[in-house]
Design a protein around this ligand. Structure first.
Ligand SMILES: Cc1ncc(COP(=O)(O)O)c(C=O)c1O
Length: 525
């Protein structure tokens, strides 16, 4: 058979999500029943996707349905699901040494990873590094260390912040009341102040954005320090350079610079929570690099190990001055997690994922920047690229830009099932718990480029070159498509509207998506 006839006769494999059963399928239903019976109801599932395997951006469920994952396991699987190099590193390490506890003994990879991270840290070295198991643990370490090092009791954090769910980290979190409800008393000594949310937080929309951002930072010095909080009793300011759970709100550079100035002036540590924004997601290793501000500590987790649990607190050396016994963890910096992190760094470097992330982010933002004027549903589109057009390397989060609903269009919560149209995993936002999520679409896909695969093979499909084409499809929805350059497939992001569609799953209502979280991602090929 000639190549020509092969091409003519071979059925072309369709690219994109493949939904074969009603959702959830029969196997998924079985798992969901068990989950309902046995698993903590505190988890915030967006919709009943029961994952079995993952590869690149594709997640296959227990019934063989394929989804496109636009959440990357809450911004974790940075190199894509099961990147072959990460898998190989994990397998090799598992065959060699699974656990030793760096608390009691030594192993070389702890130093190797520390060395690699030190080279890409956003502040000059020398550095020291602590290993934990999660984002919250990285924050807990930073909290304890800030108090230990400065011998001061108090901490400043921001409204809208999410720093984790353990008691210390939760005390800094100020995102949703449900996260704190009935858990008080939390850790004392935490004061929350306004974060410069230019879209939602500015009392007067006409106010200059820099002036507003400065006023948020200066509130600390001009109000707090002059009334309730003596500055010499403040150990640290904890801040996300881009608020994650808060709605992907980017801190303006001038705000970050002002925080740095306040910290320097009063001997306070500036602690950056880069748990979600770090490890390349913004087109630079760390989101704070877009501002040029140098922190005293950064907290790292999520994407750094492509899905293995690892939390890291990295500081300037002189800050980590605590003595043996002050802080430790049995599993923190487990050899397999460190192997995954080293492989992740290799993949990000080898596949130029920082540049790719920046490029795609800039492109997406450019395409979306007209939405607020064209579409009544969209109130704001944000991203770092907007602020630094001339700098080709700085730019956007890979989750990039966030269309937000105008407040008057907050949709009522529709019934579950947005995934039924096909794809994707969008940000998981709990129903009835997360009003902010009803206003925001967040997408944080994997970072990799598509590999040069023949048409038909979706393996390795990453975030790729996406073209967003917003086209209003109905009064109450947004329809836009994302096009991958080399393989044509289309995604439709549909945003739930301010009123439920009559038939939320009907074929006429492409706008049918959205379900529990009020925003969802579907793919329609
Ligand atoms: C910015 C930020 N900090 C801390 C955390 C807590 O991380 P973990 O869930 O790994 O404890 C999260 C989790 O979403 C986060 O987004």
């Amino acid at each position: 058979m000639t190549a020509k006839t092969m091409t003519a006769t071979a059925p072309e494999k369709k690219i994109g999500p493949k939904i074969k059963t009603a959702l959830p399928g029969p196997n998924a239903k079985r798992v969901l029943a068990g989950d309902q019976r046995l698993i903590s109801p505190s988890y915030t599932r967006s919709y009943p996707l029961v994952a079995k395997s993952g590869r690149g951006i594709v997640v296959t469920d227990v019934d063989g349905n394929e989804f496109y994952d636009f959440s990357a396991g809450i911004a974790v699987t940075s190199t894509g699901h099961c990147h072959p190099e990460v898998v190989a590193a994990i397998q090799k390490q598992a065959a060699e040494l699974i656990h030793m506890s760096g608390t009691d003994f030594y192993y070389e990879s702890m130093v190797q990873l520390a060395d690699r991270l030190s080279k890409i840290a956003p502040m000059p070295g020398p550095h020291k590094i602590y290993y934990g198991n999660s984002g919250a643990e990285a924050i807990e370490c930073a909290l304890k260390l800030a108090r230990y090092h400065t011998k001061r009791p108090n901490i400043i954090a921001f409204f809208g912040a999410f720093h984790g769910r353990t008691m210390g980290a939760l005390s800094l979190t100020a995102s949703k009341p449900q996260q704190r409800r009935r858990f008080s008393p939390l850790m004392p000594g935490v004061t929350h102040v306004p974060y410069p949310d230019l879209y939602r937080g500015r009392p007067d929309a006409a106010q200059d954005s820099d002036a507003f951002a400065l006023s948020c930072a200066r509130f600390i010095e001009e109000k707090l320090f002059k009334t309730t909080l003596p500055p010499e009793e403040v150990a640290a300011i904890f801040v996300e350079p881009v608020q994650g759970e808060g709605g992907y709100v980017v801190a303006p550079t001038i705000f970050m610079q002002e925080l740095r100035r306040i910290c320097d002036r009063h001997g306070i540590l500036l602690v950056l929570d880069e748990v979600q924004s770090g490890a390349g997601r913004t087109g630079k290793w760390w989101a704070v690099e877009h501002t040029g501000v140098e922190p005293d500590m950064i907290c790292i987790a999520k994407g750094i190990a492509s899905g293995m649990p690892l939390g890291i607190t990295l500081t300037r050396s002189e800050i980590m001055d605590w003595v043996p016994g002050s802080h430790a963890s049995t599993f923190g910096g487990n050899p397999i997690c460190i192997a995954a992190a080293l492989a992740t760094l290799d993949v990000i470097e080898k596949e130029h994922l920082l540049d790719h992330s920046a490029e795609v982010g800039t492109h997406m933002l450019k395409r979306m920047s007209t939405w607020p004027t064209k579409l009544k549903l969209v109130g704001d589109v944000r991203g770092r690229g907007l602020r630094a057009r001339s700098d080709r390397r700085a730019r956007l989060r890979a989750r990039r830009s966030v269309p937000r609903l105008r407040p008057q269009h907050h949709p009522p919560l529709p019934p579950a099932g947005s995934h039924k149209r096909g794809v994707g995993c969008c940000d998981g936002c709990p129903r009835r718990v997360h009003p902010a999520s009803r206003k925001v679409i967040r997408a944080c896909p994997v970072l990799p480029k598509p590999r040069a695969k023949p048409r038909g093979e979706a393996e390795g499909a990453g975030t790729v070159t996406l073209t967003l084409r917003p086209r209003p499809r109905s009064e109450n929805g947004i329809h836009c498509s994302l096009r991958r350059n080399d393989i044509k497939f289309y995604f439709d992001f549909v945003l739930h509207l301010n009123r439920p569609t009559r038939d939320p799953y009907g074929s006429d209502a492409k706008a049918a998506l959205l379900q529990r979280c009020g925003a969802a991602v579907v793919a329609i090929l």
